[in-house]
Design a binder for this molecule. Structure first.
Ligand code: ZN
Length: 195
């Protein structure tokens, strides 16, 4: 059991698509480490890219049920036309949030760690979490889809009330370079090229 470091925006692995994996190729404890890391960091979900792996694995909490789903090789099998806008944040983009339009309902097919096929019908917040994590597995971040007019820094004022300050992508890149990547050999902010 270990808490894994979460890669921050700018790390090239966040912009690379994860690849389907054979169950036997998943390192022992890796899934448990992902779950532990998500819980420790108060995340609602975590994709393998965020902890430096390009295996197609995500973990996510189903809200209200407190159920943790581990999805191997997940694919989106369907979604509603209906969209919904809500606020999102990301463990790979600390201190930020923005509003993102997501499909209200989605259907995801995947394997469980035991190798069983599952189909999940999710709606609302859970559908949002799954779409956010599926995006990670494709090298996509929520800021690629967000309404950038709503992008804000969350300021730590020490009070319970969270204060916000408008943010721009250029500002974030500059700040993150300084904060997380000052000695990194390679930084990739741009979205992955479309195939
Ligand atoms: Zn995220």
């Amino acid at each position: 059991m270990a808490i894994l470091p979460v890669l921050k925006y700018g790390h090239p692995i966040l912009r690379q698509p994860a690849q389907p994996v054979q169950l036997m190729d998943i390192p022992p404890n890796f899934i448990q480490d992902m779950v532990d890391t998500m819980i420790e960091r108060d995340g609602a979900g975590l994709a393998a890219n965020q902890v430096g792996s390009l295996q197609k694995i995500l973990v996510a909490v189903e809200p209200n049920k407190d159920k943790i789903h581990v999805l191997i090789n997940p694919v989106i099998a369907g979604y509603s036309e209906k969209m919904e806008s809500d606020t999102e944040g990301c463990l790979s983009l600390p201190r930020l949030q923005a509003r993102v339009d997501r499909h209200y309902k989605i259907v995801v097919q995947a394997l469980t760690p035991e190798g069983e096929k599952v189909e999940i019908q999710a709606r609302g917040l859970f559908a949002r979490i799954l779409q956010h994590e599926m995006d990670h597995l494709n090298g996509v971040l929520y800021i690629d889809r967000a309404d950038l007019d709503t992008l804000v820094w969350l300021l730590d004022t020490g009070d319970k009330e969270v204060e916000t300050k408008p943010a721009t992508i250029a500002e974030i890149q500059q700040e993150y370079k300084k904060r997380y990547h000052h000695d990194a050999p390679q930084i990739t902010f741009a979205p992955a090229k479309k195939a």
